[in-house]
Design a protein around this ligand. Structure first.
Ligand code: APR
Length: 254
């Protein structure tokens, strides 16, 4: 995408910017791609493997039951990596967009906390947070930002093993968060989907639910996804480049 928001190639961007200037209710959905430009590898892209394991091999209750130390080593490695990176211009643009739209909800599949660090306020972390630990015994929840973590980490209250407070494959999303997401999707006029491959449920269906309820869809991604054919605006490119351009175009319209 060109730096100049007024070229023909950027028409979808101009059209989307014009629409966003009038929208009252917007839902954004983000995935790992939004953090890629901060230096956090995506799950299904280059660098997505850790010691030859895929996320699907480690991010499951079965993997944790079989080898909790291995799973904790993976999370400890990711925590160490995320602790050293910063929000990128895509995160910052989404935080700024929140201030321009009366009702704005950012639903993220990312557990890295970078949206909040960028200043986003109304954030629904549907897959949890890598900075929280949950006790497998008493269920107690705690924030823990130590890097590295002692392996393995034990609960101070009951002595049982802690686990990352994230949603693993095969686990249900928190019903209250799902309900909140659903309500916002029902009312959204526009849904902006950025940096997700759109293959992990239920988030992969969120945009289609919103469309069914009447929202128009915009996608920002360097590559096509299963969602692309349903989108009203397809902005092909990196979120760290496209989202700031979108903000620039919105400001020029006003
Ligand atoms: N800007 C925007 N999108 C990008 C960028 C970028 N700079 N770089 C890559 N992408 C896109 C890729 O084209 C891909 O479509 O980001 C997407 C990343 O896809 P995944 O790695 O599958 O990440 P995500 O969709 O967030 O995965 C969903 O799966 O492993 C689980 O729980 C984990 O939350 C995660 C979920």
């Amino acid at each position: 995408m060109s730096d100049n928001p007024n070229t023909d190639k950027n028409r979808p961007l101009i059209g989307l910017a014009q629409t966003l200037g009038q929208v009252q209710r917007l839902v954004a959905l983000t995935g790992a791609g939004v953090s890629a430009e901060s230096g956090v590898p995506t799950f299904r892209g280059p660098g997505g493997l850790w010691r030859d394991f895929r996320a699907e091999d480690l991010a499951t209750p079965q993997a944790f039951a079989r080898d909790p130390r291995l799973v904790w080593e993976w999370y400890d490695w990711r925590r160490g990596l995320i602790a050293q990176v910063s929000p990128n211009p895509g995160h910052l643009a989404l935080a700024e967009l929140e201030g321009l739209i009366p009702e704005f909800l950012l639903i993220t599949q990312n557990v890295d906390g970078l949206h909040r660090r960028a200043g986003s306020l109304n954030v629904l972390e549907i897959h949890g947070s890598i900075w929280e630990v949950r006790c497998t015994g008493c269920g107690g929840l705690d924030e823990d930002r130590r890097t590295p973590l002692p392996l393995m980490p034990w609960c101070r209250n009951c002595g049982a093993l802690l686990r990352p407070n994230v949603v693993w494959f095969g686990e249900a999303l928190d019903p209250a968060r799902l309900q909140m997401a659903h309500e916002a999707l029902r009312l959204a006029q526009v849904m902006l989907v950025a940096g997700t491959s759109g293959v992990v449920q239920p988030a992969a269906s969120f945009a289609l639910w919103a469309k069914e309820y009447g929202a128009r869809l915009a996608e920002i991604n360097p590559d096509p996804t299963p969602l692309t054919p349903y989108c009203d605006w397809v902005l092909q490119g990196k979120s760290g480049e496209v989202l700031p351009l979108l903000l620039t175009a919105m400001r020029q319209n006003n």
